[in-house]
Design a protein around this ligand. Structure first.
Ligand code: ADP
Length: 301
């Protein structure tokens, strides 16, 4: 039940995060393949202990739309976080392949169900919904990761997390500029869902590049500009869905129940969608971005 480094065999890096690398590992006692995230923190033992204890609630976050948590431990000033291995990685690296509308609707339905589960069952607000935090696998499953469960961890990470490409809702941006941290509600995540769906559809962050060349211009565009919309090739039902999320006034945004009752997601549940087929095509597209030659030496050391 408690995982430690001695039980793990380390393999290649799966990706680089803001705070450290994510590695593929094998948990030797159970023979389970996992992803291990390293988070470098300059904290004392007591604070690191508090983080490990706070992360324990993740053992209850078991749902088809949530990346499973296996355990966490720390060594010196690094927290190591072990979770379910998602063999196709995060959507930000696959979305450039182009996403058909039925796959987009299925991704959206999974994200909304996952967020509703976290809120209803665990009283957790995600706080960081974006394509990087949606993982997929070649079985066609779509799952959320990286949600805020540890107050101590969020506090320690927040200091370094002032990046461009903000998924924050307008009221959150306004609240932070007034140093008001109490403005975050569940509807702020609904805004991020809308922005994330549009980004996955377009293949890139939807606010125009001149706005994310500089953080201030970008935050101004989110607070004062019109919200982005889905491109024309998507259906009116889909466009209506994202506009229900991207209301600048949080009180006008749909709730999770309303989103799940929206025709776009109701129609999704009635369809068969070949997510695996899309994932396999998108991974091949991703591979060609890195290595335009045919596959030669994959898997060798
Ligand atoms: P950040 O800290 O910037 O949010 P992460 O550390 O969560 O980023 O992840 C960095 C990258 O590692 C992701 O983009 C993804 O490609 C990969 N990754 C993260 N978690 C997993 C996982 N459970 N399975 C497979 N790949 C993962």
């Amino acid at each position: 039940y408690t995982i430690n480094m001695e039980q793990l065999q380390l393999f290649e890096d799966l990706g680089k995060g803001t705070y450290g690398v994510v590695k593929r590992v094998l948990h030797k006692p159970t023979n389970v393949a996992m992803a291990m995230k390293e988070i470098r923190l300059e904290l004392d033992q007591a604070k690191l202990n508090a983080i490990i204890m706070e992360l324990d609630i993740l053992h209850r976050a078991v749902a088809p739309e949530i990346v499973e948590f296996y355990g966490a431990f720390f060594i010196e000033s690094c927290v190591y976080y072990c979770m379910e291995l998602m063999d196709a990685g995060s959507l930000d690296k696959l979305q450039g392949a182009g996403v058909p509308e039925d796959v987009l609707a299925r991704i959206t339905a999974s994200v909304v169900r996952g967020l509703r589960f976290l809120k209803d069952e665990l009283q957790i607000i995600h706080r960081d919904v974006k394509p990087t935090n949606i993982l997929v696998n070649t079985q066609g499953q779509i799952k959320l990761c990286d949600f805020g469960v540890s107050g101590q961890l969020e506090k320690s990470l927040a200091k370094t997390n002032i990046g461009c490409q903000s998924y924050m809702a307008p009221e959150r941006i306004k609240g932070e500029s007034q140093n008001n941290v109490g403005t975050y509600t569940v509807s702020s995540d609904v805004w991020s869902v809308g922005l994330t769906v549009i980004e996955i559809a377009m293949g890139y962050y939807p606010y125009p590049p001149e706005t994310y060349a500089n953080v201030f211009a970008q935050l101004t565009a989110i607070v004062h500009g019109d919200p982005p919309e889905l491109p024309d090739q998507f259906s009116d039902v889909a466009k209506d869905f994202t506009s229900r999320c991207l209301q600048k006034n949080p009180q006008n945004r749909a709730t999770y129940s309303q989103l799940l009752e929206h025709r776009w997601l109701v129609e999704d549940t009635a369809r068969t969608v070949d997510v695996t087929g899309w994932v396999v095509r998108a991974m091949e597209w991703k591979r060609q971005q890195w290595n335009p030659k045919p596959e030669e030496t994959i898997g060798g050391p």
